[in-house]
Design a protein around this ligand. Sequence first.
Ligand SMILES: *Cc1c(COP(=O)(O)O)cnc(C)c1O
Length: 406
Amino acid sequence: MTPKLPIYMDNSATTACDPRVVEAMLPYFTERAGNAASRSHSFGWAAEEAVNTARHQVAQLIGASAKEITFTSGATESDNLAIKGIVEMYHKKGNHVITCQTEHKAVIDTCKHLESNGLEVTWLGVDDEGRLDLAALESAITDRTILVTLMAANNETGTLHQVADIGHLCHDKGVIFHCDATQAIGRIPIDVDAMQIDLLSMSAHKIYGPKGIGALYVRRRNPRVRVTPMIDGGGHERGMRSGTLNVTGIVGLGKACAILNDEMGKDVEHARTLRDALEARFRAGLDHLRINGSVEHRLPNVLNISFGYVEGESLLMGIKDVAVPSGSACTSASLEPSYVLRALGLDDDLAHNSIRFSVGRFNSIEEVDYAADLVIDAVKRLRDMSPLYEMALEGIDLKSVQWDVH
Ligand SMILES: *Cc1c(COP(=O)(O)O)cnc(C)c1O
């Protein structure tokens, strides 16, 4: 049976809202449209109560307490608030921040901005699986280091960092640890105490909530972490982030977290089954494949894969019914190969050959089968026209690439 086309397999970029999230939000657009800061009437009280409920739902998902959650416009703002807010608050203690070359642009560009203003930044590299060397992290820490900011899971490859080890190392050294967990939330268990995370960024639209709403967790105990606000105004969110609260968005984020609190195990199982099926189909049907990033330490829903001797953009043309990005299309309009794949040591060709498949709650096994057939056919067709592929089959390998499947 042909599934409904086109097929969406770009859940790392954004997820559709769960209908239960939309349903929870609707009354706050209309009959309960109060301002959560209005203290004099029931409309305001209802909005405030809804925000409180959401704050608890978000906190529960990451093992935090409600007072440690600040609502923002999304993970980009959370990353900015965390990094700029810590750098400003602790500037007397030091002026050194440690991050990594494969972080999301929201972290990289924030650090670059601060670096151009005099902050000292250490940019850690990664190995060919996208993993960090903890010894390199440890030796980068000095008595001027105030912040380590490292993501939990990479948005292009799904590769996981050793978050708990990083957290414990930072706490032993007395350095604050910020973790962009936007991709990891809902896909691997995240607990801010077990992982010793001091600040955590998350976004609703990556976990079946609405776009334009997110949260920043800031630790209040052991140790108490303080952040200088970036947006001043009416003192909303305990002064951390002024501006009338996006009540509908907050209710949506809360509901998205509540669903995960109940169903994360099932959700992860579903995604892993589909991702593994897709990967197995490719391995069975094609040679000269390479999985980018760590195969072992990886999100359950992501498959970033290079198809040798096939240019990613041409492949995308051949599989128009499947919505996926290629390693050269990731950074918007430019055809620059992905900086994340480059940091793993991939040459430009291999980065251009890569496609990221990311499945989610609303994908089905029928969609996976259909997409696998389409991709395998398109790759074979393109390779039939490739003299390089023909040479590779004859054993003349110009690139000496280590393929996972020959
Ligand atoms: C999507 C994403 C962001 C940005 O989140 P927005 O809510 O869209 O601003 C930041 N970091 C990571 C790892 C992401 O995947």
